[in-house]
Ligand binder design. Structure first.
Ligand code: KIV
Ligand code: ZN
Length: 517
């Protein structure tokens, strides 16, 4: 038996992470991520903001119905309708949590809520009481705690614990806090709130000043026993505290932290790649833990040291976070059953035979061109198949590109629009530019290209290129992803995917923090 306290890992990739511009995910994608988080042994998965839209409700519900080993949480403002909707979505959860919040900082109460502190306190207590009548596990957050007054937070926290809150979250919503200061806030709250022992204190930090992980760890040093975080640090603006950095800091420094987590760290890398591929947010090479360079030793001096004695320059073992894991590889001789088995191991089940057949024939086509098919290839292939079977508005048919030194590149594309094949040609500065212009001849979307990025999914020149395209139209931002061995085809698929997102119903989705309660 360990004498250390358990640190609850609360992942909000599917809620706060999804609030990153363009990171909207569909239900199937969220379920795939939720299964990876469960496999990693995340304690609490914040699956969404159920009241945001019918799609969000159904995603939270599907996750609550499927995931059995993690607690599933739904966010709700301190409003009856939000709380009731969350409870409905969580009805079949093995373990369900309602997370309700209201802002407590003077600036938010005055300008956003236009409410007095007394009104805020009353609304918070009513919300927690209502939630506690519906589920046993209720979390309350003081939004913008980083800029809230300590005395007021002590009062409201005492009152919501009396009303039944079991977890108290202290979010640095705007990423304003400094590590020792935030740690001290946590310490003061736990010392001064008379019934603090009846709840778990939690921390939730944003990364606007690059301090989200540091602030969270300082809060843990000062008594927080839950951390809220996201895979790859995805999240609103500069993101949230990154799960992989927090977990590995605690695992690497047991001499320093008096807590431990239940996370299976070997699952970190594959989950990071899954989230990156689904959201279209690439991981920078020098990102701690999961970046391509995180365990690469370039300089001769370092290499020499590592070869002689690994610990000279390595504080963690790459294999502990899933690097160099023995990944199962499929190839052109792999049959349908090997393909299906591997998908099942990755938590992927197709709802129809049609989808499974389509995925298998895509796998065969890819295996003809690419020697070894890795899990990352399969994840990209599944995303492509799901889009195809969902009969989205725009889909890729074929492409012919001419590009020769000294000549102006030209692209001829055929796409399906609402089931009807349409063709167009265009010249451009390069093959990708010509292809996007050819698509625009047909789509006439009137959008701005805000980002274009290409990543190799795996190593080798036969790797599939994974392209992210971000389009902006009338204030809406969407990301599209596409993967193919031919990066111009991948780019065309990503552009069409972004157009599909623009025409989808995501525009009616509510944002939990934009409207006053
Ligand atoms: O950053 C924040 O304050 C939040 C709350 C809704 C918990 O995400
Ligand atoms: Zn947040």
């Amino acid at each position: 038996m360990s004498a250390k306290d358990k640190l609850v890992i609360f992942d909000t990739t599917l809620r706060d992470g999804e609030q990153s511009p363009g990171a909207t995910m569909n239900q199937e994608e969220k379920l795939r991520i939720a299964k990876a988080l469960e496999k990693m042994r995340v304690d609490v998965i914040e699956a969404g903001f159920a009241v945001a839209s019918q799609g969000d409700f159904e995603s939270v519900q599907a996750i609550a119905n499927t995931i059995k080993d993690s607690t599933i949480c739904s966010l709700s403002r301190a409003i009856d309708a939000d709380i009731d909707r969350s409870a409905e979505a969580l009805k079949n959860a093995n373990s369900g949590r309602i997370h309700t919040f209201i802002a407590t900082s003077p600036i938010h109460m005055k300008h956003k809520l236009r409410m007095s502190p007394e009104q805020v306190l009353e609304q918070a207590v009513n919300a927690v009481k209502r939630a506690r009548n519906l589920v046993a596990d209720v979390e309350f957050s003081c939004e913008d705690a980083g800029r809230s007054e300590l005395d007021f937070m002590c009062r409201i926290i005492e009152a919501v614990i009396d009303a039944g809150a079991t977890t108290i979250n202290v979010p640095d919503t705007v990423g304003y806090a400094m590590p020792s200061q935030y740690g001290n806030t946590m310490k003061q709250l736990i010392e001064r709130v008379p019934n603090a022992d009846k709840a778990i204190f939690s921390v939730h930090c944003h990364n606007d000043l690059g301090l989200a992980v540091a602030n969270s760890l300082d809060a843990v040093m000062n008594g927080a026993r839950q951390v809220e975080c996201t895979i790859n640090g995805l999240g609103e603006r500069a993101g949230n505290a990154s799960l992989e950095e927090l977990v590995m800091a605690i695992k690497t420094r047991p001499d320093f932290f008096n807590v431990e987590t239940s996370i299976r760290t070997e699952e970190i890398l594959s989950t990071s790649r899954l989230v990156s591929s689904i959201t279209g947010f690439p991981v920078q090479p020098n990102k701690a833990i999961v970046g391509a360079n995180a365990f690469a030793h370039e300089s001769g001096i370092h290499q020499d040291g590592v070869i002689k004695h690994r610990e000279t320059y390595e504080i963690m073992r790459a294999e502990d976070v899933g690097w160099n894991a023995n990944r199962m590889v499929l190839g052109k001789h792999s049959g349908r059953s090997a393909f299906k088995t591997r998908l099942e191991e990755l938590g992927i089940l197709f709802e129809t035979d049609h989808a499974m057949n389509e995925a298998f024939s895509r796998f065969k086509r890819l295996a003809d061109k690419k020697h070894e098919i890795f899990d990352e290839d399969l994840q990209a292939l599944v995303s492509d198949t799901q889009k195809f079977v969902a009969s989205e508005r725009y889909s890729f048919v074929s492409l012919s590109v001419s590009s020769k030194t000294g000549d102006v590149p030209n692209s001829h594309i055929v796409i399906n629009v609402d089931g009807e094949a349409k063709a167009a040609s265009s010249e451009g500065a390069g093959p990708v530019d010509a292809t996007f212009k050819a698509i625009e001849v047909i789509a006439q979307s009137n959008t701005d290209l805000a980002l274009f990025s290409v990543n190799a999914i795996t190593g080798g020149t036969d790797s599939q290129g994974e392209v992210t395209v971000r389009l902006e139209s009338a204030g809406r931002i969407v990301n599209g992803r596409g993967a193919d061995i031919d990066i111009v085809v991948a780019s065309a698929k990503a552009y069409l995917d972004a157009l599909n997102h623009l025409t989808s119903d995501a525009k009616v989705k509510g944002h939990p923090q934009k409207n006053g309660v």
